[in-house]
Design a protein around this ligand. Structure first.
Ligand SMILES: [Mn+2]
Length: 289
């Protein structure tokens, strides 16, 4: 299954040189509440066939930058460390070809493999995490590689900016207050204050990896996530942020994780697919204009 549908390239196939490589990662072994994000990548790919390939906001046909879709990574049931290693190797192979990896999750722990690969390639990398949850626990359900610990493992590698966070433990709140040099965490309330996008841009380095947990959105926009939280961000707020970053930084890769498809709720799947295409569009403005 290709992102954008089976006929995305039509007769132009011979001419395209790919900019983006989609990597489906159907894995949800450490999910704590509603499992099912293993079905997320397939739902996004299926919905992507119904996207208008002309992006009306950007007035461009993003697909002309070239979008390849790899085979889904085989879930490794031995545990998250094996899955993270598998993701790391796959992402490293994409970065080596000077292309931009786009991961479709799956649960959030898979992000760590992508960040490790990107950090190796771009030593000054920083990470922007859009998420309802801080994910800064040192360990969760006896696993340091749980989805609930991904932010903590990232700050051990590079600097981290979180946006949209509105759920955390007291330990995580203390960590954020004490380790201000390692992590900047903005709640969804703080994204209503003028200048918040500048605050985010100032903290990020030139090379950025973006991880989008779909629960950053308000559940009225995307209800189909494993751990929904009220009071989330709006569609245009998230897009404004990513567009601003794409304009001034180099986005080296991104992921969209934690879609947990609900039968009969097509809006979540479609919104996730449109988000993936729009973010590729922001990055591709440089390549195709
Ligand atoms: Mn989350």
């Amino acid at each position: 299954m290709n992102f954008g549908g089976p006929d995305i390239y039509g007769d132009d196939e011979a001419e395209r040189s790919e900019t983006f490589v989609i990597i489906p990662v159907p894995y949800d072994l450490t999910s704590s509440w509603k499992a099912g994000s293993r079905h997320g990548p397939a739902a996004i790919l299926e919905a992507s066939a119904y996207l208008e390939l002309y992006d009306e906001e950007l007035r461009q046909e993003t697909w002309r930058a070239g979008i390849a879709t790899r085979e889904a990574l085989e879930p490794d049931v031995r545990g998250p460390s094996y899955m993270i290693e598998e993701v790391q190797a796959e992402v490293a192979s994409v970065l080596k070809e000077k292309k931009i990896p786009v991961l479709l999750g799956g649960e959030h722990s898979v992000t760590l493999g992508a960040v490790k690969a990107a950090k190796e390639r771009y030593p000054s990398l920083s990470v922007l995490q859009l998420d309802a949850h801080a994910d800064l626990r040192d360990s969760y359900q006896n696993s340091p590689l749980s989805h609930a610990c991904v932010g903590r493992r990232i700050v051990e590698l590079c600097s981290l900016v979180q946006v949209g966070v509105r759920s955390m433990s007291v330990e995580e709140a203390r960590f954020i207050d004490e380790k201000t040099d390692l992590v900047l965490s903005l709640s969804s309330d703080e994204t209503r204050i003028d200048g918040w996008i500048d605050r985010v841009c100032e903290r990020l380095t030139e090379d950025v990896y973006i991880s989008i947990d779909l629960d950053v959105f308000d559940p009225s926009i995307i209800p189909a996530t494993g751990t929904p939280e009220p009071g989330g961000m709006g569609w245009l707020e998230v897009l404004d942020l990513v567009h601003a970053i794409a304009a001034v930084k180099s986005i080296r890769g991104f992921d969209v994780v934690e879609l947990c498809p609900l039968p009969g709720v097509a809006a979540s799947d479609f919104t996730a697919a449109k988000l993936v295409y729009r973010v590729m569009g922001y990055i591709a403005e440089k390549y195709i204009s």
